[in-house]
Design a protein around this ligand. Structure first.
Ligand code: MF3
Ligand code: CO
Ligand code: CO
Length: 277
């Protein structure tokens, strides 16, 4: 694994600004969610919002490899059994769905990344319990991200809690360092003990002040296993059970729990976009 960089004071200032805009953008995005609206409509409005604030949506055009095209839209919209990286389009939201909206902005060269899952109208008890359990998993993961702790303490806190509720923790997608780059060291697993076969040694650096990374557990009502769709991006649960996700960008500090860079300004809530299911 490469070295995990620690940000300077001036870099941290820029990360704070980017995180704040990411939070405000996410709050704007979830305000658009209602039955009958398409995910493509939300993407369009959010793209304009970001540009109006002199920033750029990081997903658009990101991540082309030999096996997949660049991401074609400005946000990710992941409905029901979609775990992450859902591509906005013609799909209409309907009462009872849950949708994760993931917003990443680039402001003055620095990234802010956050996501939240919200209900569309009234949702069933299973969906509501899953959202609450996933948000609490994130809270516990954040609590563990302290100076001197080990990176995998974050995943352990998430995994222990989510599995105690009978849920599956997704392993194929992880949190990540964030700064000038969208995805940098370290990778942040949401489990300490992989349930997958094989799996080499996971890097487990000691956390130090100045590190900035995301924590973004994806928790499934059923199996932890995921499956890719042919579009090269969308991941769904292998058993088609519901999946929820919450994400914050955090800064490890000298003492105590981390500063949440994507905390919604003007609210006391620590939940992404200030929304609590
Ligand atoms: N925002 C996602 C994350 O939390 C990444 C999306 S990659 C994209 O890491 F290409 F789909 F945008
Ligand atoms: Co994200
Ligand atoms: Co992220």
């Amino acid at each position: 694994m490469g070295r995990v960089v620690r940000k300077s004071r001036s870099e941290i200032e820029k990360m704070r600004d980017a995180g704040k805009l990411a939070a405000e953008t996410l709050a704007y995005a979830i305000g658009l969610v209602k039955p009958g609206v398409t995910t493509g409509y939300i993407d369009n409005k959010v793209d304009s919002f970001i540009r109006k604030h002199n920033a750029v949506p990081a997903p658009l055009g990101y991540g082309e490899t030999r096996n997949r095209p660049a991401f074609p839209k400005s946000i990710c919209t992941s409905v029901n059994e979609v775990i992450c990286h859902g591509i906005p389009g013609k799909r209409e939201l309907k009462e009872g769905d849950i949708i994760c909206i993931d917003v990443t902005v680039i402001l003055d060269g620095f990234h802010g990344d956050n996501a939240t899952t919200v209900p569309v109208g009234n949702v069933g008890d299973e969906a509501r319990a899953l959202m609450r359990g996933t948000l609490e998993s994130l809270r516990r993961g954040i609590e563990a991200a302290r100076n001197g702790a080990k990176l995998l303490d974050v995943g352990r806190a998430i995994q222990t809690y989510a599995e105690s509720l009978g849920y599956g923790v997704v392993e194929d997608f992880v949190g990540h360092g964030l700064g000038r780059k969208f995805h940098e060291e370290p990778q942040v697993p949401h489990v300490a003990e992989s349930r997958g076969a094989g799996g080499g040694r996971t890097p487990n650096p000691t956390l130090k002040p100045g590190m900035t990374f995301t924590i973004e557990p994806m928790i499934n009502a059923g199996t932890w296993r995921s499956e890719p769709l042919p579009d090269g991006w969308t991941a769904i649960t292998a058993d088609r059970s519901l999946s929820a996700q919450y994400e914050h960008t955090i800064l490890v500090v000298e003492k105590g729990p981390p500063e949440i860079l994507t905390q919604m300004p003007g609210t006391k809530s620590w939940a992404p976009a200030g929304y609590e299911p």
